[in-house]
Design a protein. Sequence first.
Length: 638
Amino acid sequence: MNEIKLNGKIKELDQQKICGVELLSEIDKSLHKQCVAIKINGDVKDLSTEVVVGDDVEFVTSSSTEGLDIIRHDAAHIMAQAVKELYPSAQVTIGPTIENGFYYDFANVEPFSEADLEKIEAKMQSIIDQNLPIIRKVVTKEEAVDFFSKQGETYKVEIIGSLPQESQITIYTQGNFSDLCRGPHSPSTGVVKAFKLMKVAGAYWRGNSNNAMLQRIYGTAWADKKQLKQYLTMLEEAEKRDHRKIGKASDLFHFQEEAQGSVFWHPKGWDLFQRLLNYIREKQNNNGYLEISTPEIMDKKLWEASGHWEKFGENMFTANTIEEGRLYAVRPMNCPGGIQVYNQGIKSYRELPLRLAEFGKVHRYEPSGALHGLMRARAFTQDDAHIFCTNEQITEECIAVCKLIMEIYKDFGFNNVKVKFSDRPQKRIGSDEVWDSAEKALLNALVEQELPYTLNKGEGAFYGPKLEFVMRDAIGRDWQLGTLQVDFNLPERLDANYIDKDGKKYRPVMLHRALFGSIERFLGILIEHYSGNLPLWIAPTQVVIITVTDSINDYAKTVFSTLRTKGIRCTIDLENEKITYKIRKYSLEKVPMIAVLGEKEKEGNLVSIRKIGSNQQETLELNQFMDKLLLEIQQKRS
């Protein structure tokens, strides 16, 4: 009997094989408008791919994550075709999909302008309207070189030349345009329904500054115009919330050319940074962590032993000494230092689990074009912890970490948190039995807490599986924050061990755990999530006291002193300025509460409160105001 498994159900075929388009027609012709590809035995393929008896089949729709990626891939090819038709001398290089869109790099004599982007968009729409078939062809390496050489596409020829001789090469053609591509693609250009070109920027060929400078055109594409509109609206809102602008307006921090990718913290910003750090420190202390501190600069030999030099060497900053002639590396991660602390002295099973936490400053070289304020920096502080435990303790420790992470995010008003589980990759170390144990431990931690998760198949680290905690902010953006990883590799490479009940040495399991991930990045996310209007309990300045006239100054000083005595972070403004000017000034500085004092307040021992973002004013007795403030701070209302 000719059978396939279609969307989990057995489907009989009249023949032994059938292409995806024909299969789609047999099932439901109305699905044609929604389907862009077919998944055969877990691999996404063109709809023209043949399905054979025994295959496990799913159709990929434009509304799915995989379908949206294909649409963006189609849009990149359509853009390349439009550029070639408008600017025949331009060479097409590389054009992948990226998060929320796509880009293509072009070698062109004249720089593209904003007006050029409008022309390219119009030409793209024309190509889409033609609904050109997208046709796949398999060729040899020699045939591909000959084809693109005749086209004058020297960059494509260089790409082909770097492929193994036995490579199977595919060329996709739509109309008069052909491109070197692995695919898959939709059946035709008309599948792309909603797109927009965003900007043009410079980019080096293959990302190497020694190579030619190319022009990169960025675009975005979505399943329909409604999704596109939502995305563009989100970008406008994100521009208003940019943490770099708010940080400057609120006098929190700045960046400058002399220290690219590193933060200059101002007093208020540093106070906020320390409050985040102390908040985590208190949580860790209450959960049995011991805090350590390890060197930022260590001999290259240690990084070679840990494997970081091989894996991250090109992103590490180095330093050497003339007298010693030794090469040192500035740490990109805290893990090796943590193991050095663990390795001091003999450890007994009775001491496990041992939870060592460190607020370690790390340094990683990021290309200048990739830097983005606090979100992507070259120097940042990780709230790292390394938990050394036995195999039997993994699940219990993972449960505790998950609970701690979710509790922390809730305190900051992040209630929409998703968990991603990444299992064993193809290239890995350790036996299948060890991986079975590690993956089971992580999954048990999720199941016991009834935490839903999605599977990132094969995306675990080479040394162990991991959990990623992804938070959605106020305008719908997803941010990957905390991580939890199981590691059997570093304890082996750096010779960590403990003495078990039988008196023999064993390797501990090492759990890598980060709560915020990066203190700097979390702060940037926090600022943008709240548009700078930070919750009262964490704001660097919680209350500012302003006066209507000079005659109120003594009462204002009394209020200020009373609040400070209770631990409330407040400032006082006695300047002879209009009250409207003062209110506007501190509203722009994002102070959560403005206490306005006039004759009425002075006579009645009152405080009139104006909350940021509200035009309403509430008047309370001073002690009542303090009690309300302290309660809100204690309850961490966000």
